[in-house]
Design a protein around this ligand. Structure first.
Ligand SMILES: NC(=O)c1ccc[n+]([C@@H]2O[C@H](COP(=O)([O-])OP(=O)(O)OC[C@H]3O[C@@H](n4cnc5c(N)ncnc54)[C@H](OP(=O)(O)O)[C@@H]3O)[C@@H](O)[C@H]2O)c1
Length: 267
């Protein structure tokens, strides 16, 4: 299936590794022009080079930017726009807020997480909209989490659960508001996709439960995830790239979970 992504410009936030990295590579494989960012210049440059090498696509632009700051969001969008002259797709993604239970977290921790998870989404959206409207449309995908629908049973991700719910509310409202401008807005929700973030979270859960990270993963795979395994970043990227693409032209306002059947809710 041709997704219609050849020559389109896609901005993929937080993409030196993990989910963002896999999404950026998939866009490059589809022939899109890709701008990707993360805080570490060396890491994002290396990721872009590796994507170029693996896909043969030479239109891959690495940008060092901290998405938890207004300046970082601004330079990501502006540098991408000045190189490519267009923005067709924005994938909103960021590092995850630290794990912790309510009693572990003070105001400073909450504020930092709001800057990273909510305000990066608000600012990136605000900054791409003038260009998308000028072009007559675009596509925005928020990469969120299945925890928006159902927190994990270990209850140690309260920052992520609470603040991503705000992103979800924004996504759903914008999907109606921006339809008139030709901008499609959707979300994709990862369940348990094997990345460094999951290694970090499983280690945190293991410490709290007095067990090992391998045992935490084994429990998820044997009792929580019907497909019996964590997903791969490539499986996740395929869903994001499809929903962002012109081929998904009548899909707006959905939240697609990619979780091996983990969520038990009907909707
Ligand atoms: N993996 C899953 O199954 C899963 C499930 C639910 C939700 N999520 C969420 O999805 C997001 C991505 O997860 P992941 O698994 O891909 O994590 P990851 O493997 O740890 O990768 C995180 C990426 O974000 C970048 N980053 C972190 N903070 C940043 C900042 N302030 N500005 C710009 N870039 C930043 C990192 O690069 P630098 O260090 O160079 O900045 C890195 O490229 C996280 O918010 C995570 O909580 C993941």
């Amino acid at each position: 299936m041709d997704l219609g992504l050849k020559g389109k410009t896609a901005l993929v936030a937080a993409a030196s590794k993990g989910l963002g990295r896999a999404i950026a590579e998939e866009f490059a494989r589809e022939g899109s022009r890709v701008a990707l960012c993360s805080r570490e210049e060396a890491a994002i440059t290396a990721a872009a080079k590796e994507i170029e090498r693996r896909t043969g696509n030479r239109e891959v632009l690495p940008i060092a930017a901290d998405l938890a700051t207004p300046e970082g969001c601004e330079s990501f969008v502006q540098l991408a726009l000045s190189r490519f002259g267009a923005i067709d797709i924005l994938i909103v993604n960021a590092g995850g807020p630290p794990p912790g239970r309510f009693d572990d977290l003070d105001d400073a921790a909450w504020q930092k997480a709001v800057e990273l998870t909510l305000f990066s989404a608000v600012r990136l959206t605000r900054m791409v909209l003038p260009q998308m409207r000028k072009q007559g449309g675009g596509s925005i995908v928020y990469s969120t989490s299945t925890s928006v629908r159902q927190p994990t049973q270990y209850l140690n991700l309260i920052l992520s659960n609470a603040i991503r719910a705000a992103v979800q509310g924004m996504m759903k409202t914008l999907s109606s508001d921006l339809a008139k401008d030709g901008v499609r807005v959707n979300a994709v929700q990862p369940g348990r996709i094997a990345t460094d973030r999951l290694v970090q979270l499983d280690a945190d859960t293991a410490r709290r439960q007095g067990t090992s990270p391998d045992e935490v993963r084994r429990r998820y795979e044997s009792t929580v995830i019907p497909m019996g395994r964590y997903g791969t970043p490539e499986e996740y990227a395929a869903a994001v790239v499809f929903i962002a693409s012109p081929k998904a032209s009548y899909i707006a306002g959905v939240s697609l979970q990619v979780d091996g059947g983990m969520l038990m809710s009907m909707f």
